[in-house]
Unconditional design. Structure first.
Length: 1126
């Protein structure tokens, strides 16, 4: 929208511009100053005002003055002793023709205009009334629309009437410069903006809501008809329609096929309309509303970014209805951020309601180097690249969410804390997890990610979790996985792990995951499949190399030196990696405490570092002889550096400083290196310290010297053997196999390795064979981006053919298309086996031109695998992944079994429980479209009644607060209340179409109050697993004593029952209140049975406090739906 004059000619009508302003998703406040007002003018904007006012946090202020021209017009038919404008507005209202549009407009005013202006979303004032109540002359007209990142102002001649908005010849000016509209005068400039002008005049105007409702609108025929229509519709609500209304809250998104049209309208014109992507958005939304989050796990290459932006668009357009702030946080690896921004720019380019300004990006950790010859993509990024600051985001999308599989990282804790803060201040945000590979190493991966939106794991709302105990469920499967992963390729462990994975899928993932493979798209979306091209993946194909006897002996000896149990665990000669465990050899405890973290001792930290280095060194051995030799050179120098520090009586232990790098920069001159390190310690502080040699046990130096001796011996052995059978195998396979024109139709190949030295070796040797090689690592990725796209991205507009081969580290395993190539070689297998899937996904993508994609793997040698169990680890992880999520192809070994896994059956399958409810909702919508639309517009408040039913006992109550979704509760005859699942609530509300209510309840009834008490215990914060057991038992003991006190009232008994349930759900507020209560009485040397103890007052007071906390956090709870069974 641009600045323009508006004169009510065909293309410049005031009403059209106002409609556009109100419909803008960012608009949250409307301020209108007018000399006169009528219902026909408001009716022109009825649809837009309905949508605007039902959004959370919106407000409309209407200031009416006395326009001299309008006054002259009205006085042509004078009213005796009339006040202007109210008596003339009243006459117009009472004479207004009772048309449906006017009736609906008045109904909207009745709904949002409250007598108390403070509680009203629609506020009306008369400009400067005199003693008789007449408004002062007021010739100005001003329309203001604004919100975060948005402001439009219109000034001119048009009154807020039908003639002013579309009939009369008018002249108005539309201003879009926010600075002008929001300007405030100060000592430098007297200029004032639209908002400042309006607010000054609003302050001197008279509130008119109550007079308008009680004196002006009341008894007008159009108002009487609006009240009658509302009453008739409400009275006609049957038990079956209440049931349908509840189903709408659960599945309205899926049942509403018209929402496809809205989603399609969001798509840029050059994007294909793919039904599987639209369905993913609807399914994710449905899951999100029910469980506060979702997992979008479509396989690599199906367009998760497009689905993600559609989700953001839809969320922002409905944030008000969802009772969330229209702000989005997207967390993404650095490599993918550019693709997100490009896609968002595509969506904004053709749309007035732009979304970029309402999205904040934060990137996760990227490439790090642990050893000089090695570059690895951080397996578990520790921190965000920038600070994660507070904002009341309504939606948080986490791309590549597997980066949050470890709850011990600073990055995970920062996000977890942010979600807690938002929940406390603005209500729990929705969290969307996007990952094709959410399971990496262990079921804990899934648990930690899911806990980002399942905030009460011991009281989960995931229907399939036994008893709602999600934490107990995961504890069990984690134990099973640990016990059997090392024997995963043989029975019975293989079967046990398969059953474990099926259990996770059926009890948890089926309810929260939307995942489609290419096979799913082909089967379920043939129309989409006809547009797209999915290549067939062939393989995995093995490249096997043989070692001669000398090499085999050297390899075996090397493995025995570096990969056996660590020396402290095994007294025989082995490399101990003592360079990495200096803190374990401190003489005193004070120094140890400097480096201990939470439950990690210096011994456990040292052992962890030793095992990491052992694994990395064996991986270098598996990668290439060249990489391994360079690793030995580096490890030898690092060990020498530590010995030099001991010799110089100056030992640096600096977790935040790369000490070895400083020695390298100083060309291993000790004095220069020490000076640089001391300077950095002064700047950084923290746990970076300088120690004396005497601070360490004497044996530490001896162990370092023994390590150095073993490293020298290993290096000498590998320097004498010039063979590299793996490299020879690779070079021999290049022309006949890897570049076989019958397979490699594109004559391009992508090769992955984790070691930079291996990368350099491959590139050098392949170039000598005449191949044009592009080498990419973290060091040059950004610089080479355009070259990579031009040569290997099938979607590139300007394609080039400068390279046949790209040899890359893990830096290109995500966030890039390489699908002009159709052959991929994993030169060394990644420790994190699901990285294989991401690698293959670089070439197996939508838009691939080749009919086949070939995957080649170098398997680790039998001897190496025997020591590090790489084969077993990879198989266990991949097989568990296949059963949990399904996959199109095997990527590592022929042993992998690919089951037929579908996640959409819970929503789409007519025979599934949820599918039956969706089918019933769709049928009702098709048969009764008008009634369906009416039901969807009814607010949730006291919908229901008493019904005769023998199927279920007790009453079903749905409690709701402004910042909290529906909480279903069952209350029995003794007023004992329990929270139930949404699925159980649907079953209990279901009835026949001819069912009728016998009577109704009030919100003050004991049943409703018991439900609200249960709600208050449900929504309070839960204890962490660490604190739960001990404090839980303590609180239950106190409650048991209270239960046996004489004189407990029936109401207090009901509270005790609710408290018991709350404690078992680890409700921290209740547990804390009871423990504090017990402690205070013990302090005063009293007992719970003291003479002055009033249990009834204390219980009611304690629960009132918890209720107050919940009201502050979520708003006042109300009864939304209810069914009392007789």
């Amino acid at each position: 929208m641009t600045n323009t004059l508006i004169d009510n000619t065909d293309h410049l009508k005031m009403v059209d511009r106002i409609r556009k302003c109100i419909a803008d998703e960012r608009c949250t406040v409307i301020k209108i100053a007018t000399g006169y007002w009528d219902i026909p003018g408001t009716a022109l904007l009825l649809s837009e005002l309905k949508d605007f006012l039902k959004k959370e946090g919106t407000k409309l202020q209407l200031m009416i003055g006395s326009d001299p021209i309008a006054r002259v017009e009205q006085l042509k038919r004078p009213i005796a002793n009339a006040r202007f404008p109210q008596d003339y507005i009243k006459r117009n209202l009472h004479e207004l023709e009772v048309k449906e549009k006017y009736v609906d407009t008045v109904a909207l005013l009745q709904q949002y205009c409250k007598r108390d202006e403070v509680e009203s979303k629609l506020q009306i004032r008369l400009y400067k009334t005199d003693d008789e109540g007449n408004a002062q002359f007021f010739h100005a007209k001003c329309y203001i629309f604004y919100g975060e990142g948005f402001a439009v102002g219109i000034i001119g001649s048009s009154n807020f009437t039908r003639k002013g908005l579309e009939g009369n010849a008018e002249l108005n000016y539309l201003e879009t410069n926010s600075a002008v509209i929001k300007e405030i005068p100060d000592c430098v400039s007297p200029n004032k903006g639209h908002i400042c002008w309006f607010d000054e005049n609003w302050e001197i105007s008279t509130p008119w809501n109550q007079i308008f409702l009680e004196e002006v609108l009341k008894n007008a025929p159009v108002a009487i008809q609006a009240e009658k229509k509302k009453k008739e519709q409400t009275l006609e609500l049957t038990p079956y329609e209440v049931y349908i209304r509840y189903l709408q809250t659960q599945f309205g998104e899926i049942a509403d096929v018209s929402s496809d049209g809205v989603l399609k309208s969001y798509l840029p014109s050059r994007y294909s309309v793919l039904q599987y992507q639209l369905d993913a958005v609807k399914h994710c939304f449905t899951i999100m509303r029910r469980h506060h989050g979702f997992v979008l796990g479509d396989v690599v290459g199906l367009g998760k970014t497009v689905v993600g932006v559609l989700l953001v668009k839809k969320f922002l357009s409905e944030a008000g209805d969802l009772e969330r702030q229209p702000k989005v946080l997207i967390i993404t690896p650095p490599a993918i951020k550019k693709e997100w921004k490009r896609t968002i720019a595509d969506f904004d380019r053709e749309n007035d309601n732009k979304i970029a300004s309402r999205i904040t990006f934060v990137t996760t950790g990227s490439i790090v180097g642990l050893m000089g010859d090695m570059e690895i993509l951080e397996e578990e990024p520790e921190e965000f690249d920038e600070q994660l600051t507070y904002n009341d985001y309504g939606l948080i999308l986490v791309d590549e969410s597997h980066n949050f599989r470890n709850s011990d990282t600073q990055m995970y804790r920062a996000l977890d804390d942010l979600i807690d803060k938002i929940t406390l201040r603005a209500g729990q945000p929705y969290v969307g997890l996007l990952s094709a590979t959410p399971f990496n190493n262990d079921p804990k991966d899934l648990r930690n990610q899911i806990y980002l939106f399942q905030r009460e794991p011991n009281n989960s709302d995931i229907e399939g979790v036994p008893g709602g105990h999600l934490d107990s469920f995961f504890n069990g499967v984690i134990r099973t996985y640990k016990e059997h992963k090392m024997t995963s390729t043989v029975e019975p462990s293989k079967t046990i792990l398969m059953e474990m994975s099926r259990s996770i899928r059926e009890c948890v993932l089926n309810y929260i995951v939307v995942r489609r493979t290419r096979t799913d798209v082909k089967k379920q979306y043939p129309k989409d499949s006809s547009i797209l091209h999915f290549p067939t993946v062939v393989g995995p194909c093995k490249l096997v190399y043989e070692m001669d006897s000398d090499m085999a002996k050297l390899f075996a000896y090397t493995v025995s030196m570096i990969a056996s149990n660590l020396p402290d665990e095994d007294p025989t000669e082995h490399l101990g990696f003592y360079r990495y465990c200096a803190i374990k050899y401190f003489r005193n405890k004070e120094n140890e405490r400097l480096y201990e973290k939470r439950n990690l001792t210096v011994s456990s930290i040292s052992l962890r570092l030793q095992k990491i280095m052992k694994t990395l060194l064996v991986k270098r051995l598996e990668s290439s002889k060249t990489a391994f030799k360079q690793s030995l050179i580096n490890l030898r120098q690092y060990t020498r550096n530590m010995l030099a520090m001991i010799e110089h009586d100056c030992v640096f232990i600096c977790p935040d400083i790369d000490v070895n790098a400083e020695f390298r920069k100083a060309d291993n001159k000790f004095a220069d290196a020490a000076k640089a390190i001391r300077h950095k310690i002064e700047r950084k502080g923290g746990n970076n310290f300088e120690f004396k040699a005497s601070d360490f046990k004497s044996e530490y130096k001896e162990k370092l010297e023994e390590d150095l001796r073993i490293i020298d011996k290993l290096y000498e052995g590998w320097s004498q053997n010039e063979d590299d059978p793996k490299l020879d195998c690779f070079l021999e396979a290049l022309t006949p196999e890897l570049f076989n024109p019958n397979k490699n139709t594109s004559q391009k190949i992508v090769i992955f390795t984790e070691a930079i030295d291996t990368q350099r070796l491959i590139a050098k040797k392949a170039q000598k064979k005449g191949y044009r090689v592009l080498s990419v690592s973290a060091e040059n990725r950004d610089e080479m981006h355009e070259v990579i796209v031009a040569n290997f991205d099938a979607n590139a507009s300007n394609q080039r053919d400068d390279y046949d081969m790209i040899v890359t580290t893990e830096v290109l395993a995500e966030g890039v298309n390489l699908h002009r190539a159709n052959v991929i070689l994993n030169y060394d297998t990644p420790w994190n086996a699901t990285r294989l899937m991401q690698r293959v996904g670089r070439v197996n993508r939508i838009g691939s031109k080749a009919p086949m994609v070939y995957v080649y793997n170098f398997f680790p040698s039998a001897k190496g695998n025997e020591q590090i169990h790489l084969l077993e680890n990879a198989y266990a992880k991949l097989q568990a992944f296949h059963i949990l999520f399904g996959e199109d192809n095997k990527v590592f070994s022929e042993m992998e079994e690919i089951p037929d896994v579908e996640f959409t059956h819970d929503f789409d399958g007519e025979e599934s429980e949820m599918g039956k409810f969706i089918k019933e909702l769709r049928n009702f919508r098709e048969i009764h479209p008008e009634r369906y639309a009416y039901l969807s517009s009814i607010p949730f408040e006291m919908l229901g009644g008493t019904l005769k039913s023998e199927e279920f006992e007790g009453s079903t109550i749905m409690v709701k607060a402004p910042k909290k979704g529906l909480v279903p509760v069952v209350v029995d005859e003794a007023l004992k209340a329990n929270v139930i699942s949404d699925l159980e609530a649907m079953k209990r509300l279901k009835c026949t179409e001819d069912a009728s209510y016998v009577s109704a309840l009030t919100s003050e009834s004991p049943i409703c109050q018991a439900a609200i008490r249960c709600y208050n215990t449900q929504v309070s914060r839960s204890l962490s697993a660490r604190d739960a057991a001990k404090r839980q038992k303590q609180a239950l003991d106190v409650l048991d004593k209270i239960r046996h006190i004489e004189g407990v009232s029936p109401e207090s008994n009901s509270i005790i029952n609710a408290a018991n349930m709350a404690i078992r759900h680890k409700n921290s507020a209740i547990i804390k209140a009871l423990i504090e209560f017990d402690k205070n009485y013990r302090k005063e040397q009293q007992t719970l049975f003291g003479i002055d103890f009033d249990i009834n007052s204390w219980l009611q007071g304690a629960f009132a406090h918890i209720a107050d906390l919940n009201v502050r956090q979520y708003g006042e709870p109300i009864i939304a739906f209810y069914r009392v069974n007789q």
